[in-house]
Each structure stands twice: as C-alpha cells, then as structure tokens.
Design a protein around this ligand. Structure first.
Ligand code: GLY
Length: 379
C-alpha cells in the first residue's frame, strides 16, 4: 500500500464498522435467506417473483455478508450468506434468463465462499458461471455481449466489473482462455466506451458480425453523450481491477484517466454525487451508489500507484465516503438499508430514485473495510 490511512479517518471508519456490525446483524435476523434489493416502507422483502433470481444485484447482500464474516469471523454473517447462496443454483440451472452479470452474481456468492472456506461445491458453481460468461464472447468483435434477445451486439461499461470472474477462472483452472476473453473485452471497451476526456459512454451497439460501432445510446444516464455517474465509477474501478489481474499498464492509465474526470466533477458538486455529471442543473438528482463504487475504485488506485499519486485518490475516496455518510446514511437498526439517495437510472420512476439500494451498501461496506485493512478482494 503506497498510502498511509490518516488516524482521523481510521477512527471514523472504526466507528462506522461498529455501526455496520449492529445494523447488518439486525437485517440478518429479519431476513433469513431472503435476497434483498430496495427496502419498501423501511423494510426489505424477498424476490417478488421466481424470475427475479436472475436479477443482477442479487449477489451484493451475500457479498456484504462474506466481507463482514472475513472481517469479524462472526458466524451469523457466514450462516446467512450460506443460506442465501444455495438459492442461486436455480439461476445456473435455468441459465437462459442470465445476462452478462454473472460476475456480479457469482463472485460475491460462490467464489467468495470458496475463497474464504474452500467449499468445493462453490468452486464448481463459480467455474460454471465463468463458462457461461465466456460463452457470451463474440470473437469477431472481441466483446462479451451484455444482454439477451435481439441485442446481440450490445456492450456496456458495467461489464468491466464482471470480467474479474474470468480472471479468477483462468487462475483456478490454469487455462489462459478465460483471461484472453476478459482482456479482449477490456480492450474493446477501452477503445469504444471510454472517451478521450476520461468520461464514458454507458452502451455501445456493435455489429455482431464485424464489431463495427453502430450507435452510442444514452443508457441509464441523462442522454446520449452525457456522463452517467455510476457508469464512470464502473469504468474507474473495472479498469484498475483489470490492471491488478493482468499488470497491463494500459488499463491502469485508463482507470486513472477516468478517475481524474470523476474527481474533478465530484469536487465541483462538493462531493455530493449526481446521477449524471452532464445533466441539466435542475432537477438535482443524487446517486450515492456511484460515489460508493467510485470510492472503492479510488482506494484500489491508491493501492496500485506510488507515493506521489496515491494521496490524490485516497483523499477523494475519503471525501466521497464521509460526505455521503454524513448526508445520506441511516443507522436506525429498525429500518433496512444504510446508504440513502441511490438512483437506478436518470429517467427511472420513484421506486428506484433516491432510495437505499443494496449495491450502495455493499460498496460502502467494502470501502470501510478497505480503510481498516479488513477487506478481502472479492473481484
Ligand atoms: N446496469 C447496472 C447498473 O445499474 O449499474
């Protein structure tokens, strides 16, 4: 680690860790093997329909539990995570409903279990998921297709966070094919989705026959050409992770470029995270999840850079975390969800606008444990 955590930040993070322990244990007691997403009237509920087993966010709750188990060795977290991850087997059996989010879903569940406990069944589950992700690869265009149906040539920036499943599978099987697919996809993403100024497109539609870029739609941001903040965070964190797994410096440079753009725009808004950096000034819409993801990516960048660069990334991560915690966090153990003001997409409805969302809490937890040196790399 090239940076020193400041004493005041450690003290702050230690206080947050204690609150996380109390709040997450209260949630475990209420939920059993439920798979939560967004609380309604202050309470989580289980998946609404069997088809929701394919939903991309399902891994974040067990991921948070594995992080807390690793940090505390408290069996409540392990027991709850184990109960939840058995439910994911149905998604592998009925695989046609899965998209490219296999990394988000299985890195946080089975692969985390295998890494921490050595569970061989979970190793098999993780490799099964990696093979399904590799099966989405388009060799002509050198990309992993994002979604299903007629969207054969669609790629999205979020997928940079799914490909660590392929890096893991390559190491686990001693077979470079998974890593080759991941790297080819990362190169295509770098060339097509990351703009020269460090901002990112969310989506590109490529020709599935040749890989030629046909269209750059707006996706979950304000509009085509705007700058969806969570997409920038996926790119920032995703590229430094590809660097970590390959040591290809191009990925580190891309992550730094996105980080510089992210930091400049976050500072401009006093570290309060907007849904899109390039949307009209009114209405003001926040998305805390982008700040939590960005903070984790910045802390990883601080780990991967030298003593003269790391403080820039470390200080920005701390500013995002402390500002959001102060303004948006709910520590009442009687209500579910911690980090408020998460937003699914710029044009979404009230159900996922400025509400606590499970992945905001996951990345908040990961960031706090990173500051305390208690995290493990789930990616
Ligand atoms: N599509 C994943 C996200 O909303 O960030």
């Amino acid at each position: 680690m090239a940076y020193q955590v400041k004493a005041a930040d450690r003290e702050w993070a230690d206080g947050i860790y204690k609150k996380l322990n109390s709040k997450l244990k209260a949630e475990c007691a209420r939920m059993g093997d439920w798979i939560p997403y967004i609380p309604k009237d202050g309470r989580y509920h289980d998946l609404e329909t069997p088809e929701k087993i394919f939903w991309w966010t399902n891994g974040f709750w067990p991921g948070m539990l594995w992080q807390m188990y690793n940090a505390s060795k408290d069996e409540v977290f392990r027991g709850t995570a184990e109960a939840v991850i058995k439910r994911f087997d149905r998604a592998l059996e009925m695989y046609e409903g899965l998209h490219h989010d296999l990394g988000f879903m299985w890195l946080h569940t089975a692969v985390a279990d295998y890494r921490l406990t050595g569970n061989k069944d979970s190793r098999r589950r993780g490799l099964h998921a990696a093979n399904l992700l590799a099966g989405r690869y388009n060799p002509a265009g050198r990309f992993i297709r994002a979604w299903n149906g007629d969207r054969t040539g669609w790629i999205i920036i979020d997928c940079m966070m799914n490909i660590p499943l392929l890096y893991w599978a390559s190491r686990e099987t001693d077979d470079p094919r998974f890593k080759m697919i991941a790297q080819n996809h990362a190169h295509t993403t770098n060339d097509i989705l990351v703009r020269a100024d460090g901002s990112c497109n969310h989506i590109a539609i490529l020709s599935p026959e040749t890989g030629e870029c046909l269209e750059l739609p707006g996706g979950q941001g304000y509009a085509s050409g705007s700058s969806w903040t969570r997409g920038q965070a996926w790119g920032l964190y995703g590229f430094v992770l590809s660097y970590l797994h390959t040591l290809d410096k191009k990925y580190l440079d891309t992550s730094k470029k996105i980080a510089h753009y992210f930091i400049a725009n976050s500072a401009k808004n006093e570290w309060l995270p907007l849904v899109d950096f390039r949307a009209p000034a009114e209405p003001v819409k926040y998305d805390s999840t982008s700040a939590m993801i960005g903070a984790c990516g910045l802390l990883e960048l601080a780990d991967q850079t030298g003593e003269f660069e790391a403080p820039l990334y470390y200080d920005a991560a701390i500013k995002l975390l402390r500002t959001c915690e102060k303004n948006f966090a709910d520590w009442n153990t009687e209500t579910d969800g911690i980090m408020g003001k998460g937003t699914g997409s710029y044009h979404g409805g009230p159900a996922d606008t400025e509400v606590p969302i499970i992945y905001g809490d996951y990345f908040f937890t990961e960031a706090i444990l990173r500051i305390l040196g208690k995290n493990f790399l789930i990616w």
